[in-house]
Design a protein around this ligand. Structure first.
Ligand SMILES: [Zn+2]
Length: 79
């Protein structure tokens, strides 16, 4: 894999919410939000989520709202 192929592969990576043509990210869709959270329920970086800047911001806001509404935990459960 040469440099040009790497650059091309990076450019072809599309944002999940753009592919769904989502204008708003619903904070009640916990299952979708969980996809982009780490094992420790932290918001992953854009590098790892593959979201565009606009949707990453919307996603981060949705996660924070979901946490406030107790739909998502702030920390992973401790047994
Ligand atoms: Zn997007």
């Amino acid at each position: 894999m040469d440099l040009n192929e790497i650059i091309q592969a990076k450019q072809e990576k599309t944002c999940y919410f753009c592919s769904q043509a989502a204008k708003e990210i619903d904070y009640k869709d916990v299952e979708i939000l969980k996809r982009f959270l780490s094992a420790g329920y932290k918001i992953k970086k854009r590098k790892y989520t593959g979201l565009c800047a606009w949707h990453q911001r919307k996603f981060a806001r949705a996660v924070k709202r979901a946490r406030q509404m107790a739909l998502l935990p702030y920390l992973p459960p401790i047994f």
